[in-house]
Write a protein that binds this ligand. Structure first.
Ligand code: UDP
Length: 332
């Protein structure tokens, strides 16, 4: 039986494909290559198409014996979701509806879902646990929460079992050096800092120095993308044992400020990285740190690459070897 990975050509999806391959799983990848890269898919059979195309999806389910789905395919930029929420509802929510309906039609009743800390919004508690209030502050987080809720009602009605994984800040790159982070445009802190180290940007803009934190900059919980990927494989294995639906946070439980990230990047890269303080970015909570005990105890998840220095070093190796990202590898 195969695992279908939607969005398997994207940053986290491609690392999940690599983890599945390492466990000897049969893999089918679906990606519309809007954000993903063909060269990022290092295993399985790739179908290029969109979840909202029902004939396309029917072909994928008909041609393969799929027993579980890992669902990454979605738009994920907070800023863009505030400018164009319709795009997020259409691709994320309607795309998920098409996928779930197709799964039910083909009696595929296991799904691992790529969710986000953005479902919580401004946290009530630090660290955040899965029972805390979900009140998204942006349209992206709202659509991810809607997708989780859709799965819950499909469970009630059809027995669809889901594991929703709420990530904190994914970072780093696969140890093989073959896959890594390549967004266009890039908006995430660590790749932007490393682009500044490579001289591809004049500086890094620090969004706000007046937060209620020790050095005034935002604190985030950075987790290695391969550790995230491993959690998806464990979640598939858990669903195959007949487990009930559940939701897990995935983070290291340790927060680092923007300034600390830049300092560690300076150490790792041994380059000058100019930082310029700028106004706050809208919608950024001051502190986002995960309580991930539940994933550790129930999934048996044990993140191995927890030192931020090592996470940044793995990202740096990827950036140095692929300064133009996947563009240097293929046309897509
Ligand atoms: N950040 C920054 N400059 C940048 C990009 C991000 O200061 O060019 C800050 C951002 O305000 C946030 C943290 O870095 O506090 C992490 O942002 P990122 O976009 O990487 O992830 P998010 O936490 O938004 O998911």
């Amino acid at each position: 039986m195969a695992v279908l990975v939607t969005g398997g050509a994207g940053y986290i999806g491609s690392h999940a494909v690599a983890s599945l391959k390492e466990r000897g799983e049969e893999i089918v990848v679906v990606d519309n290559l809007e954000q993903g890269h063909r060269a990022a898919v290092t295993g399985g059979k790739l179908y290029v198409g969109d979840l909202r195309d029902k004939d396309f999806l029917e072909t994928v389910f008909k041609e393969n014996s799929i027993d579980a789905v890992i669902h990454f395919a979605a738009n994920s930029l907070v800023g863009e979701s505030m400018q164009n929420p319709g795009k997020y509802y259409h691709n994320n929510v309607y795309g998920t509806l098409c996928l779930l309906e197709k799964m039910i039609e083909h009696n595929v009743l296991k799904i691992v879902f790529s969710s986000t800390a953005a479902t919580y919004g401004e946290p009530e508690n630090v660290p955040i646990d899965e029972y805390d209030r979900t009140l998204p502050t942006n349209a992206y987080g709202e659509t991810k929460l809607a997708m989780e809720k859709m799965m819950k009602w499909f469970d009630v009605a059809h027995g669809l079992k889901f594991v929703s994984l709420r990530y904190f800040n994914a970072a780093g790159a696969h140890e093989s050096g073959l896959i890594g982070e390549d967004h266009n445009p890039e908006s995430h802190l660590i790749p932007i800092v490393l682009q500044a180290a490579l001289g591809q940007r004049p500086h890094i803009s620090v969004f706000g120095e007046d937060y209620d934190t020790e050095d005034g900059t935002c604190i985030r919980d950075y987790i290695h993308v391969s550790d995230l990927a491993d959690a998806h494989v464990l979640a598939v294995e858990r669903l195959r044992t007949g487990a009930d639906s559940s939701i897990y946070n995935l983070g290291n439980g340790q927060g680092f400020s923007v300034k600390q990230v830049i300092d560690i990047a300076r150490l790792v890269t041994e380059r000058e990285i100019k930082a310029v303080i700028e106004p706050r970015r809208s919608g950024d909570p001051a502190v986002l740190v995960a309580a991930s005990n539940r994933a550790r105890s129930e999934l048996g998840w044990n993140p191995k690459r927890n030192k931020l220095e090592d996470i940044i070093r793995s990202a740096w190796n990827w950036h140095v070897a692929n300064p133009q990202g996947y563009k240097g590898k293929t046309q897509e």
